[in-house]
Design a binder for this molecule. Structure first.
Ligand SMILES: Nc1nc2c(c(=O)[nH]1)N[C@H]1C(S)=C(S)[C@@H](COP(=O)(O)O)O[C@H]1N2
Ligand SMILES: [Mo]
Length: 205
């Protein structure tokens, strides 16, 4: 058994047992030891958020892929998503072209202590993602949709395309990007505008 598998098994078993038997304090300590506490762990859903995030990151490979579609399967209609709550539905029907965020990050170089990539747009909005998502091969800075220039309502000139998380993490109208070791000193310190409004920081699918 590989070292990784052993570690994974240990964490999953540990987290499950701890959450079930000895309560949330032990589970939280275990998750924390492996760097699996999301920035909003103190929020509305507390331990639930931590366990969801930890389980996703432990059980799935960091780079397990979202489903991809053939051109013929892509819908001609791509509605603009307005107010939350929203679904991922439309995203499944659109074809995206862009630069992998991973490519940009490796070109500029990131420090080993980097933990989050924070995305700031031109409107009052922001979100952050962890390095697993930032370095995911399908995470794009998209400048084109369905072979055309990215339409303004869909985020021109550049938007994040993050297929393993739902709509609100996909920041449109990008202005600048920061790589940080903590999000504590940005806004209210919980990792995103939506998180400040009560949504979960990690919105994985
Ligand atoms: N800069 C910026 N990005 C944003 C938003 C926003 O208001 N401003 N809305 C988010 C929400 S809530 C969703 S559902 C998606 C919608 O993307 P779409 O219009 O391309 O469907 O963009 C996200 N990105
Ligand atoms: Mo949304």
């Amino acid at each position: 058994m590989s070292k990784l598998m052993t570690r994974r098994k240990l964490i999953t078993t540990g987290l499950g047992v701890a959450a079930g038997a000895s309560g949330i304090a032990v589970a939280t300590r275990l998750a924390n030891r492996y760097g699996l506490i999301p920035p909003d762990n103190g929020g509305l859903f507390g331990i639930g958020e931590t366990l969801t995030y930890a389980a996703q990151r432990i059980l799935m490979s960091h780079h397990s892929l979202a489903r991809e579609f053939n051109r013929s399967e892509i819908s001609k209609v791509a509605p603009v998503n307005g107010d939350p709550p929203e679904t991922e539905t439309y995203h499944r029907f659109a074809e995206w072209t862009g630069v992998p965020l991973k490519y940009l990050l490796s070109s500029v170089g990131i420090l080993p202590q980097a933990r989050y990539v924070v995305l700031f747009p031109l409107d009052p909005y922001w979100e952050s993602i962890d390095m697993a998502d930032a370095l995911h091969p399908q995470t794009l800075l998209a400048y084109s949709m369905n072979g055309e220039e990215l339409p303004a309502p869909h985020g021109a000139p550049l938007r994040l395309r993050l297929p393993r998380q739902i709509g609100y993490k996909n920041v449109k109208y990008l202005s600048h990007i920061k790589v940080v070791d903590t999000v504590k000193n940005i806004g209210k310190g919980v990792g995103g505008a939506n998180v400040e409004g009560g949504y979960s920081w990690y919105a994985g699918i």
